[in-house]
Design a protein around this ligand. Structure first.
Ligand code: GLU
Length: 465
């Protein structure tokens, strides 16, 4: 295929997959899918100290949970060390890079001095023109950055951004221990993997001119760059743990559905008219960088909850039952069987914003030692209800099984006989069965609890009257 788009997500495995990273991954994935391009997952694990296997697994889990599948990878930078060394040596041969023998102590001393003198710390180029090696020292390799002129970044989101080359350091590209630096390995990888579009957070904007200079030094064609504005918390500070959970998998644990989170994330920066709810096909069909905004997006938990509630309502009950299981397990609640659980779910789907909320609300179906709302009990379980309740108990006792229609008839009969309001008996039964004054429809609740359980709970309440 000619001109296939190639995109990548290139996380550093130094922590879990966070909300910002997931949005970056999503934008890359969507553009690849929209254009029939390729999406590569590359793990930038050259930070030996901070990279961990756990983080790698957490990132892969997060991507998988969100449904962001990759066509190639995961490719690990640590498997590509030879490539980086070869590239660095090529620049040395061509006079575009040089060995630097400065020690960390020397560099730090100069840095401190610059700071004291209120100058911007910058490598002074001491090793640019060395005659020969300094014995006994392992050199790093530095890029000979042009010291004048401008570097232009034509950004698909930000427009054209200019940088003064005089501001740019002679960047270390290979450290003295042989490890490449981020700006170097990212260029070698993006260029050799044929990446056509680099979409990433705009915290990387200042790295990009350094990368462009490296592309130019190698004679590699530049990819298109698109720097996406940051995600902020409600206080307009950059989204961080302070604002609540930032890890994607924490949202799984809090009972969010991946499709809801994806739908939420895509709208943090991208828009399509004023549409808020998108199927995956609609996202793939409509996504484009032209509609990614220039200003930072603010994370809004309320809106995420609203979307999640909507996705829960739309999900089929069998699937939801399956998703709910781990949350029930976490509370020690064991369903009678699968079809029973599906019935439970159907009664809660309309009223739950998260699976955690659903599991909490479901509790009374599973156990009768729930906490009873005392105010509700006082209000609805009063002596006038004693006789109606007794009639109900006896009528149920002589009925084989309860269905909604039969129950309604029994209730109407009691209402007529005792001249009370339907609400009075219904609320009393509700509190007796669920411990609360709000619950799914009372006939449904009774059917799902089953006759024996209903009788047990009603008799218990009756004794208290
Ligand atoms: N490893 C870098 C990061 O996680 C990748 C940045 C990029 O996409 O170039 O921030």
């Amino acid at each position: 295929m000619v001109n296939q788009m190639v995109l990548r997500f290139a996380p550093s495995p130094t922590g879990f997959l966070h909300i910002g990273g997931a949005r970056t991954a999503l934008f890359n994935w969507l553009l690849a899918r929209h254009k029939g391009g390729k999406f590569i997952l590359r793990i930038e694990d050259t930070d030996q100290v901070r990279s961990t296997r756990e983080s790698i697994d957490a990132i892969l889990d997060g991507m998988t949970w969100l449904g962001l599948d990759w066509d190639e990878g995961p490719i690990y930078q640590t498997d590509r060390m030879t490539l980086y060394r070869e590239h660095a040596e090529r620049l040395i041969r061509e006079g575009k890079a040089y060995y630097c023998y400065c020690t960390p102590e020397e560099l730090e001393e100069k840095r401190q001095k610059a700071l004291q003198e209120k100058r911007k710390p910058k490598y002074d180029g001491r090793c640019r023109n060395l005659e020969g090696p300094i014995p006994g020292r392992n050199p790093a390799i530095r890029f000979k950055a042009p010291q004048e002129g401008k570097t232009i970044l034509p950004d698909l989101i930000k427009g054209t951004v200019e940088f003064d080359n005089a501001e740019m350091d002679d960047l270390v590209i290979l450290r003295s221990d042989g490890w490449p630096t981020y700006n170097f390995s990212v260029v070698v990888d993006d260029a050799t993997m044929g990446i056509t579009h680099v979409i990433r957070g705009d915290d990387h904007v200042n790295n990009t001119p350094r990368q462009i200079l490296l592309y130019q030094a190698f004679g590699y064609p530049l990819p298109e760059f698109a720097h996406v504005p940051m995600i902020l918390g409600a206080d307009k500070a950059r989204l961080s743990k302070r604002h609540g959970a930032t890890s994607v998998m924490a949202y799984k644990d809090m009972g969010y559905l991946p499709q809801a989170l994806v739908n939420y994330l895509v709208r943090l920066g991208w828009s399509h008219g004023d549409q808020e709810v998108f199927t995956q096909e609609e996202l793939i069909r409509n996504f484009s960088l032209e509609n990614v905004g220039k200003s930072a997006a603010v994370f809004n938990q309320e809106k995420l909850n609203w979307l999640n509630g909507l996705y829960i309502r739309r999900e089929n009950p069998e699937t939801l039952a399956q998703l709910l299981l781990p949350f029930l397990e976490g509370k020690g609640l064991k369903p009678r069987n699968r079809s029973w659980l599906v019935e439970v779910v159907k009664t809660l789907q309309e009223r739950s914003k998260t699976l955690v909320e659903m599991a909490d609300m479901a509790e009374f179906y599973f156990r009768d030692d729930f906490q009873t709302d005392e105010k509700a009990e006082k209000k609805h379980l009063t002596p006038i209800i004693k006789e109606p309740l007794e009639i109900l108990i006896s009528r149920l006792g002589s009925t084989l099984e309860v269905d909604e229609k039969g129950l309604e008839e029994i209730f109407q009969e009691i209402v007529a006989r005792k001249n009370i309001k339907l609400g009075a008996i219904a609320q009393a039964v509700r509190v007796a069965l669920t411990g609360k004054s709000v619950s799914p429809g009372i006939y449904e609740v009774m059917r799902i609890l089953g006759k024996d359980e209903v009788l047990k709970r009603l008799s218990r309440a009756n004794k208290k009257l």
